[in-house]
Design a protein around this ligand. Structure first.
Ligand SMILES: *[C@@H]1O[C@H](CO)[C@@H](O)[C@H](O)[C@H]1NC(C)=O
Length: 116
């Protein structure tokens, strides 16, 4: 299957599978939406340019409270767990490539309740 087709399949699986949280300022739908352009780097590698994945910065700016950041962490963790072949090493390189930072490492068992 061509990469683009695979990507679309993965993205539609993600969007369909992400649980609905309606109370937090940041929803998983938003997190997923902003991170979609970053997913292909996490799986296939390649070149990330800032314009390609600026959703990460948008999300950083939107996550103003500890609760928002924990919610975002949970969304990222749950979303990432559904992506077959995702390379967590590369996922954790993305903030650095974009000149931003992520206060925790994204892993399949990151403890989001410790995010501040
Ligand atoms: C994950 O990505 C890193 C950095 O690009 C690479 O060194 C490593 O071989 C990759 N691991 C797998 C399982 O593909």
């Amino acid at each position: 299957m061509p990469k683009v087709g695979l990507m679309l399949l993965l993205v539609s699986m993600l969007v369909a599978a992400v649980p609905r949280h309606v109370n937090a300022a940041i929803t998983c739908e938003e997190v997923t939406y902003y991170l979609i352009p970053c997913i292909s780097y996490g799986i296939f590698g390649g070149t990330v340019t800032p314009s390609y994945c600026t959703g990460i910065k948008t999300l950083d700016a939107a996550a103003k409270t500890t609760e928002d950041r924990r919610e975002k962490c949970n969304c990222v963790k749950e979303g990432a767990a559904r992506i077959p072949g995702l390379n967590y090493t590369r996922v954790n390189e993305i903030p650095g490539l974009l000149g931003t930072t992520c206060p925790y490492k994204v892993t399949s068992d990151v403890d989001c309740s410790k995010v501040n």
